[in-house]
Design a protein around this ligand. Structure first.
Ligand code: ADP
Ligand code: MG
Length: 562
């Protein structure tokens, strides 16, 4: 590796600056990137207290000599590029010489390093950015960086951090990304002295994926490959019915993990109607193209890139995804029974059956409306109100009423906490970050009626589920719950699928537009509607009733002067 130099001012001024280490995971990412840039084949990440007490990244890479060591943490010093020309085709992760400087400024840092030509290593201690001393130490070739007490001198930044479980999940996600992009490199992640990830060197991508993403997802993936001119795409996409809940997709551009909104929407479009509207496909893509097409200097944390040939690349991706889905003849899924069950929101499920039994579409109480209700064309009801008149869409109103009754009953059934013991316990193999969430919320899940225990690395054994969900797919149910927990929706809400089921159930049970109603039914409908929490729209968002005040009627009849 060439030695470290300060970047010329013209380059410094062109660099997407503002490197801010807002959370421990960002420091972890920069340190791992440095190790990969230094050709490491084994990287150990040792974290304490989700990175606030200690972040150590230990590698067996090229190392630094004594001079480089003392330059490494200065601002804009790098060994990776030297001028403007190289900024246009960066092939390493680093190029700005800012990371070590920014991390050293807000921590107590120890850097140990040794190159292959040196008889031993050097250790440098830096506190709040100022070097304290260098001493000789015995160590193997490579670099070890220890970051202690991150944010010790920036307490405000510390205050904005999320819970330690969330911070460690961010770190996990970074390590997962790196480990997927570099299956040849061995990765070990230790948190509070416990080994969380231990991936040997020289694995295949498939082996890595099984461990990192979990078999529940990887068994439902299709390989994808296309190469055209100097652009290449390879990786995997999920089958339309795969259980992708909670799994964020991965996109690597020249092995750099990036977010690219346009690319994710193009991929979703390529699935078209094969997916339920709210479902997200999963993909793991490696896009490889010449470095000069990729501008990496656009985002302070290098999480985004600009592609010089964007529209060609987008078209290329769309074509590859569509042809892969077509080649696997996945259109048959339309006729698949399972898909139908999903489409109608699961109205044939056990939960729907219970609700139908418990909720009576027409209650027995006597009605309170005293005046007459008029039915117009068997579609709308008109009734006199204190301030004027009200028109009601009979189907939408009944739908709203039933929805709330079903929801109430649903919550009641859920709170009974009855459990359904599965005939055969189900093993679910989840991704590393989902496993962390399941562990974090284990007691909440148990409280809800999941009898669940950890059974080996990232494998959970489920013996029982809440009775209401006895015929739902167990893995899907768990992943949906995990996803809700991760996004902070919490378990108290109705999950997406149950909400759909409730609204479809309400829709199907409700009187239809065109049904002739008896006088009693009309009155009952108006009364019940006045008791619902949301009187104005049906569960699909259409209006239920329209109020017309006397004032409006007067205006229409031009009586306003009287
Ligand atoms: P950049 O990666 O953009 O060059 P950094 O601040 O991350 O900037 O690192 C500064 C320099 O320190 C690097 O260019 C590299 O020469 C050296 N360095 C940092 N980490 C390591 C490491 N793990 N192994 C070898 N050299 C390293
Ligand atoms: Mg770097």
């Amino acid at each position: 590796m060439s030695s470290i130099r300060a970047l010329p001012d013209e380059v410094v001024s062109k660099i997407a600056a503002g490197e801010v280490v807002e959370r421990p995971a960002f420091a972890v990412k920069e340190l791992i990137e440095n190790s990969i840039d230094a050709n490491a084949t084994l990287i150990t990440i040792d974290i304490e207290e989700s990175g606030l007490k200690k972040i150590a990244v230990i590698d067996n890479g090229d190392g630094m000599d004594k001079d480089d060591l003392s330059l490494s943490f200065l601002p804009h010093t790098t060994s990776k590029i030297s001028g403007m020309d190289e900024l246009a085709h960066v092939s390493s992760f680093g190029f700005r010489g800012e990371a070590l400087h920014s991390i050293a400024a807000i921590s107590r840092m120890v850097v140990q390093s040794r190159t292959v030509d040196m008889p031993g290593g050097n250790e440098l201690f830096i506190e709040g950015g100022s070097p304290q001393f260098v001493k000789k130490i015995g160590m193997p070739t490579g670099t070890s960086i220890f970051v202690y007490d991150l944010f010790f001198n920036t307490p405000v930044r510390k205050k904005f951090l999320k819970s330690s479980a969330t911070e460690i999940r961010f770190i996990l996600e970074i390590v997962m990304q790196m480990a997927l992009a570099y299956p040849g490199i061995g990765f070990k992640l230790i948190h509070n002295k416990k080994i969380v990830i231990d991936l040997p060197r020289e694995q295949s991508l498939e082996e890595r994926m099984d461990v990192i993403l979990g078999h529940t997802l990887t068994r439902d993936l299709l390989p994808i490959y296309l190469s055209q001119d100097d652009v290449q795409l390879h990786g995997f996409i999920s089958k339309p019915l795969a259980m992708t809940a909670g799994n964020k997709p991965f996109l690597f551009v020249n092995k750099r993990s990036v977010q690219y909104q346009l690319i994710s929407s193009v991929i979703k479009q390529a699935y078209g109607t094969l997916l339920e509207p709210r479902a997200q496909p999963f993909y793991l893509f490696f896009l490889t193209l010449p470095h000069q097409y990729v501008d990496v200097n656009v985002h302070p944390r290098k999480e985004q890139v600009h592609l010089a040939n964007e529209s060609a690349v987008i078209e290329f991706i769309q074509k590859t995804v569509s042809s892969t889905l077509q080649a696997n003849n996945l259109t048959y899924q339309f006729k698949n029974e399972e898909m139908d069950a999903l489409r109608d929101g699961g109205t044939h499920t056990y939960a729907a059956h219970v609700l139908r039994e418990e909720v009576e579409p027409w209650g027995k109480e006597a009605s309170k409306v005293t005046g007459d209700v008029l039915q117009i064309h068997n579609l709308y009801l008109v009734v006199q109100t204190k301030k004027g008149a009200m028109m009601v869409d009979q189907h939408a109103a009944h739908e709203r009423i039933l929805y709330e009754q079903f929801l109430e009953e649903f919550e009641k059934q859920k709170s009974k906490k009855e459990v359904f013991v599965l005939k055969k316990a189900e093993m679910i193999d989840v991704s590393l970050s989902d496993a962390e969430t399941v562990r974090e919320y284990l007691s909440e899940l148990q409280e809800l009626g999941f009898d669940i225990e950890e059974f080996g690395t990232n494998v959970f054994k489920i013996n029982a589920v809440p009775t209401l969900f006895q015929d739902r797919k167990v893995a899907e149910l768990l992943l949906e719950a995990v996803h809700d927990l991760q996004t902070g929706i919490g378990l108290k809400n109705v999950d997406i699928r149950s909400h759909k089921m409730l609204s479809y159930l309400a829709c199907r049970t409700a009187i239809k537009a065109g049904d002739k109603l008896t006088k009693e039914q009309m009155k009952d409908l108006i009364n019940k509607l006045s008791e619902t929490k949301t009187q104005y729209t049906c569960p699909h968002g259409r209006p239920v009733k329209i109020d017309i005040s006397m004032r409006e009627l007067e205006r229409m009849f031009k009586r306003s002067g009287f």
